[in-house]
Design a protein around this ligand. Structure first.
Ligand SMILES: NC(=O)c1ccc[n+]([C@@H]2O[C@H](COP(=O)([O-])OP(=O)(O)OC[C@H]3O[C@@H](n4cnc5c(N)ncnc54)[C@H](OP(=O)(O)O)[C@@H]3O)[C@@H](O)[C@H]2O)c1
Length: 335
């Protein structure tokens, strides 16, 4: 496979390269792409050096698949150019997620919606991905009515500039600000911009994307998304109301045997998921699983995952792996 990585110099793009290598994705040729300022820069992949090229040069090389993590506006402009050349695009930005003609995919939940005709496939928002991996088996077993989620999100979710802001603040250095406020030793209850209803875009992504991925618009979601000064991954406190009742031990067993999930729930030994432990892992970690005693059929849990891996790069590579396994990546059309 000829694989283009668009945004190859960014946080997600770098992770994407690492994961392609780790999972031994069948890359015969890598085409790293970034903005104009990075063209010519060298990228190492599987011990070989590759030069960053422009979008135009990448399209001329006719890759089989293009993994995009270059931001929404780059994606809106460039993904269709790749798709028109017959290249399958898997996009990490929010540009295409709610487009009714595009699939929004988390392989553990809904890979079966993919067909060879899908030329631009959207990767969901990081906080949505980890939540739906855990919600899916529970929905199948007990039918979810409503989800109340509060997030505790890593600065790596904002990109290189935010990581630099945190470490500059820690060292007392003045530098560019990714956030409107100091993030070190602080908590910012705003992720992305505010929308007309008083929620942020990140909160509305969790509401809308969950319904689209789960394929069930009867699921009600309300979210509060919060940035905290951590690195390893996003954490979520999730309250789930079901139509049917459940047994807590059965819930733990069900989650433990579901794909992509590790249950870390042993309060006697103080074991629960934390970003430091989830860091650099591909799984979604679920713990603090307990009954909400204030109303019927309702569960509380705590979900943690590495937002750069399962929340972005790993999920995109898993989509590509599924396309390969099902022979859904076609040969690009001739020039
Ligand atoms: N971080 C996360 O946890 C996460 C999770 C899910 C999705 N995402 C999404 O993934 C995307 C990238 O996020 P990130 O955290 O990796 O950001 P980042 O660290 O700022 O990296 C952005 C990358 O995009 C490239 N780029 C920017 N404009 C471009 C253009 N016009 N043409 C080609 N390449 C361009 C940059 O190249 P230069 O180095 O040349 O500037 C860089 O490689 C965003 O859409 C973000 O919403 C991020």
């Amino acid at each position: 496979m000829k694989v283009a990585v668009v945004g190859a110099t960014g946080l997600v793009g770098t992770k994407m390269l690492q994961i392609l290598e780790e999972r031994n994705f069948p890359v015969t040729e890598l085409i790293p792409v970034a903005s104009a300022k990075s063209i010519g820069k060298e990228i190492t992949f599987k011990g070989k050096q590759y030069k960053v090229v422009s979008v135009e040069d990448a399209i001329k090389q006719r890759p089989d698949v293009a993994l995009f993590s270059a931001g929404g506006s780059a994606s809106l402009e460039q993904a269709p150019l790749f798709a028109e050349a017959g290249v399958t695009v898997i996009d990490n930005s929010s540009a295409w997620r709610m487009d009714p003609t595009k699939k929004l995919v988390v392989p553990e939940v809904n890979a079966d919606v993919l067909t060879a005709d899908d030329k631009i496939i959207a990767n969901p928002n990081c906080s949505t991905i980890q939540m739906v991996v855990a919600l899916k088996p529970l929905h199948d077993a007990y039918k979810i009515k409503r989800v109340v989620v509060s997030t505790y999100q890593s600065v790596t979710g904002t990109g290189v500039k935010a990581v630099d802001q945190l470490f500059n603040e820690r060292k007392g250095i003045e530098g560019p600000m990714a956030y409107p406020y100091t993030i070190d030793l602080n908590v910012i209850p705003q992720i992305d911009v505010f929308t007309e209803n008083g929620y942020t875009k990140e909160e509305m992504k969790m509401v809308k994307e969950t319904v689209k991925i789960m394929g069930d618009d009867s699921i009600k979601v309300t979210a509060t998304t919060v940035r905290i000064p951590v690195m390893g991954g996003h954490s979520e406190s999730v309250n789930i109301e079901f139509l049917n009742d459940f047994d807590v031990e059965e819930v733990k067993a069900l989650l433990a045997k579901s794909p992509g999930i590790i249950v870390t729930d042993d309060i006697a030994n103080l074991k629960y998921p934390m970003p430091l432990d989830a860091h650099d892992k591909d799984e979604v970690f679920v713990g603090r699983i307990r009954r909400d005693e204030t109303q019927p059929n309702t569960l509380n849990c705590w979900i943690v995952s590495d937002n750069l891996r399962k929340g972005a790069a790993t999920n995109a590579v898993q989509i590509a792996e599924y396309l390969v396994a099902k022979h859904l990546i076609g040969q690009p059309v001739e020039a």
